[in-house]
Design a protein around this ligand. Structure first.
Ligand SMILES: *Cc1c(COP(=O)(O)O)cnc(C)c1O
Length: 461
């Protein structure tokens, strides 16, 4: 088979800035060993997130110029609405400024004290909005999804038996919604099978619980179904997407992911009463229902991006890029989550840096080492992000210590990706020299964004 190439050519380029190792050491120290404090111009390859960092196509940029900025009844809204109706089969489409705004509106209405929202895995903003409403979120991920180094085709699946058990324990009347996140972002970008969605829907239907899809990466998930699930190998991705959404009562979406846009989101659903309530909240927070916190040009770019993302040449290149890095790292002995997910590579920092105890944040230490070695910016998904303290201020660590390298859509070429793997392997060869970190300052919530750290020195060995 021939090389899978980037299915685009480059019309406009954006420079990236080179720094020396010495400069990066100073930059990282001044950023308190926290990548969120590094200025983007000091980063060579930015893999902090795939959210809103997408490269738009010439068609999308043309759409930006054509965007209709009318306050009410914009043409761009109708293009946006029709595109989403066609893909999801859902008659009601509500634009929002990004995914979490959809979540805030939805859970303000259906959440509240004494309620439980069940899911394969709730993304952190989804969970935060559920908890903010007073409700509780319950993750019911399948067993294989919890084992990072053990490959399985659909590690994002929901545990259907655990779902039945939870409904039995909590009572169906206290569960206003089931959410399936595709792909499972917090679980390594792993896909959910069509069969699993069908089985979950059946349980929800029997118990009168609506099913919503957190659809941020629906196209990536549908492509995995095409590659891995029997009966779908010859179906176009658009048909797979239509079937996937046909099992759902509604969806939330961040257009910063699989709409290949830089901002935006939406809610779509069948239930008119719920939609009316959503629109009432929309008007006080986001705006009139035909723009919902977005400019007409954004609606246009999203509508175009939602069709481009289902192009199978694009998806093949997209999924292959992640798999390509993963394969190279596995061959070099670097411990990574397997199989490759849809949008990011996850390095197991606990295995990568066994000499650094979790109290000294091995994931964050690795993030710093990757930056110093090659100007590559990733993010820790471990005890800095999810760790808590017990009564004696002792760290209760996260389940895993991961470093995520998220790949922005259509932004980097194969040589950028080759460079990243070279940097990781170089750091792996020098791993024994990496030191752990200590927190010197931290906020009470979501501390990974603004915590300040320093090198822990001799404590780590
Ligand atoms: C990014 C994301 C969200 C939130 O979307 P924002 O646009 O960042 O507000 C929700 N769910 C998942 C799975 C996501 O990846």
């Amino acid at each position: 088979m021939k090389t899978i190439i980037e299915p685009f050519r480059i019309k406009s380029v954006e420079p990236i800035y080179f720094t020396t190792r010495k400069e990066r050491e100073a930059i990282l120290q001044n950023a308190f060993y926290n990548p969120f404090f590094i200025h983007a111009k000091d980063v060579l390859i930015d893999l902090l997130t795939d959210s809103g960092t997408n490269a738009m196509s010439s068609h999308q940029w043309a759409g930006i110029m054509e965007g209709d900025e009318s306050y009410a009844g914009s043409e761009s809204f109708f293009h946006f609405e029709k595109t989403i109706k066609d893909i999801t089969g859902m008659p009601i489409v509500i634009p929002t400024h990004q995914g979490r705004a959809s979540e805030k509106i939805l859970f303000s209405i259906i959440g509240g004290k004494g309620k439980y929202i069940v899911s394969n895995t709730l993304f952190d903003t989804t969970r935060a909005n559920i908890e903010f409403s007073g409700a509780e979120g319950i993750d019911l991920l399948c067993e294989e999804g919890k084992l990072p180094e053990v490959p399985a085709p659909f590690k994002g699946n929901m545990n259907v038996e655990a779902l039945k058990k939870t409904i039995h324990e909590k009572g169906a009347a206290n569960i206003p919604l089931c959410v399936i996140t595709v792909t499972n972002n917090s679980g390594g970008g792993q896909p959910v099978s069509m069969q699993n969605i069908r089985e979950v829907k059946e349980v929800c239907r029997e118990n009168n619980i609506p099913l919503f899809i957190d659809a941020c990466r629906f196209a990536e998930n549908c492509y995995f179904i095409k590659l891995r699930e029997k009966g779908y190998e010859n179906k176009p991705v658009i048909e797979i997407a239509k079937e996937l959404f046909s099992y759902a009562d509604g969806c939330t979406m961040s257009a910063k992911k699989d709409a290949i846009a830089n901002i935006g989101g939406f809610l779509a659903m069948h239930n008119k009463e719920l939609a009316d309530q959503c629109r009432n909240l929309l008007i006080i927070t986001e705006g009139f229902p035909t723009y919902g916190g977005l400019a007409g040009r954004d609606l246009e770019a999203i509508a175009i991006g939602l069709n481009e993302v289902m192009d199978e040449h694009y998806l093949r290149y997209r999924i292959r890029s992640i798999e390509y890095i993963t394969e190279k790292l596995v061959a070099a002995g670097v411990p990574v989550m397997q199989p490759a997910g849809g949008h990011a590579v996850y390095i197991d920092a606990k295995l990568f840096l066994p000499h650094i105890p979790v109290e000294y944040y091995p994931g964050q230490a690795l993030v710093g080492a990757l930056y110093i070695e090659g100007g590559v910016r990733g993010v820790e998904i471990g005890s800095l992000m999810f760790g808590k303290y017990d009564k004696n201020k002792k760290l209760i660590p996260a389940q895993m210590e991961l470093v995520r390298l998220a790949i922005p859509r259509r932004v980097y070429t194969q040589s950028h990706i080759d460079y990243v793997t070279e940097v990781i392997i170089e750091v792996f060869n020098k791993r024994n020299d990496i030191k752990g970190l200590k927190i010197v300052e931290e906020p009470p919530m979501l501390r990974h964004f603004t915590a300040k750290l320093k090198i822990a020195g001799e404590h780590t060995n």
